[in-house]
Each structure stands twice: as structure tokens, then as C-alpha cells.
Design a protein around this ligand. Structure first.
Ligand code: IMP
Ligand code: MG
Length: 224
């Protein structure tokens, strides 16, 4: 199962050593196969990028997102929810998660910038698109693709708390606890993963690959 190879649904994992990477590769090759349009299977994310290695398949993602949606619904106890997606990466996750939440929910979006044009963070978070509607007195769920250093979510949490929401919770599809700089944890974590750079299902490298249906590993010898 996933937990045995250190992709924990919640909880901490050590950084990705060579051993961990090898276990990931074995896991990917044995389990993360996808059925292509022609019915054949492979470890490719999409025919357009035949060399990319699948890290989390669309099926694994869908199953976990459904679990998170059920958990979020239970915790809401019949109350309304404002789902705040962090653009652009969280868009696919928010779209899927929202359809697994059985609550009276509305959407809002913010956009921040902290990453340069590649894998390296600048360290400074800026809000480049604010909320459309006030969140005072509301149950707010911040929906993020990946919690990495924590700089983005720590900043957003501070900004949102100033508006006095009734509750403020965080859902992140992926969590890289070993990379944390700011002290922050998500309330809902899809998968806790080692220190790897991943792409797909909303996550990008220099704005590319967001539309991959699976989450794939970004290796040093890629992109072409
Ligand atoms: P943080 O502020 O360092 O926590 O960064 C959060 C943001 O960095 C995420 O929302 C992503 O946009 C981006 N990010 C962090 N790790 C990755 C990755 O492995 N792939 C793609 N984007 C990433
Ligand atoms: Mg993001």
C-alpha cells in the first residue's frame, strides 16, 4: 500500500533518499499503470510525454480526493462552506474535491506568486489576486495543490484570519513536510510525499504540464 512506501496520507516522511526513490520507481512500475485510449497500459502520463514517470495515478488521486471530500463534509456538520482555491495549481483539485463535498458550497479564488520560472522559490509571497467576496463569519476551506515550504499558506492564513472567518481550514493534495520553513500544517492532506518535484494535475514546471491527468516526477533530464 501507499503508506508502506512513505507516501503517507497524513504524517511525516523523511526526505527522498536513493532507496526511497528506488522503491517509488518499483511502485510506479508495478502499480501506477494507466489504460490508454487504445486500451493498452503503460507508465506514461500521457502520449505527449512518453518519458514521464507517473508518481500518483489519476485513479489514486480520485480515490483519495473522494475520501477527503467525505471527511470535509462530515466535519462541516451541515454548515455552508466557501472553498478558496489558490490559482493556478489548485484548480483541478478544487474542481474534483468540490464534487465530493456534500455541502452548500461556493467558490472563490486567490492567486499568489512566490515561485520564479522553474523549481526555485523566490521566498517572497505576494497576493496578485484577492478574494472576490468577504469571508467574515464564514467557514473557509483553503484549497492548495501542494504545501511545500509553507510560505504561501502561512501568508494566506494570516491575510484571511484578519477577516475573521468562522472557521479557517486548509486542504492540500500534496504535502512535503521535509521542506517546511514556516510552521504550518494542513487540516486535510491527500498524500504526504518526499522532497521531489512533481508536475501534473494542476502542478507546473515553468507553466507547463498542468493538464497532465496524473501526477508525474519532474526529473533533471526533463523537460526536453
Ligand atoms: P510553498 O509556499 O513553498 O509552500 O509553495 C507552495 C507552492 O509552490 C505550491 O502551491 C506550488 O505552486 C509550488 N510548488 C511547490 N512544490 C512544487 C512541486 O513539486 N511541483 C510544482 N509546484 C510546486
Ligand atoms: Mg500552488
Amino acid at each position: 500500500m501507499l503508506s508502506s512506501i512513505n507516501v503517507q496520507r497524513k504524517g511525516r516522511v523523511a526526505g527522498a533518499g536513493r532507496c526511497e526513490m528506488r522503491r517509488w520507481r518499483e511502485f510506479s512500475q508495478s502499480r501506477c499503470h494507466w489504460a490508454g485510449a487504445s486500451g493498452d497500459t503503460g507508465i506514461m502520463a500521457a502520449p505527449l510525454y512518453p518519458n514521464l514517470e507517473v508518481f500518483l495515478s489519476r485513479q489514486q488521486i480520485a480515490e483519495r480526493v473522494a475520501e477527503l471530500g467525505a471527511q470535509i463534509s462530515r466535519d462541516l456538520n451541515g454548515e455552508k462552506l466557501v472553498m478558496v482555491g489558490v490559482l493556478k495549481g489548485a484548480a483541478p483539485f478544487l474542481a474534483d474535491l468540490a464534487r465530493c463535498v456534500t455541502a452548500d458550497a461556493t467558490f472563490d479564488f486567490v492567486a499568489t506568486s512566490s515561485y520564479g520560472n522553474g523549481m526555485r522559490a523566490s521566498g517572497v509571497v505576494r497576493l496578485i489576486k484577492d478574494l472576490d467576496e468577504p469571508i467574515e463569519g464564514k467557514n473557509v476551506l483553503v484549497v492548495e495543490d501542494i504545501l511545500d515550504t509553507g510560505l504561501t499558506l502561512a501568508y494566506l492564513r494570516k491575510v484571511f484570519l484578519q477577516q475573521r472567518p468562522k472557521t479557517l481550514r486548509i486542504a492540500t493534495l500534496l504535502d512535503k513536510p521535509s521542506r517546511r520553513i514556516e510552521k504550518i500544517e494542513a487540516d486535510y492532506v491527500g498524500f504526504s510525499i518526499p522532497n521531489l518535484f512533481v508536475i501534473g494535475y494542476g502542478m507546473d514546471y515553468a507553466e507547463r504540464y498542468r493538464n497532465l491527468p496524473d501526477i508525474c516526477l519532474m526529473t533533471a533530464d526533463h523537460p526536453e
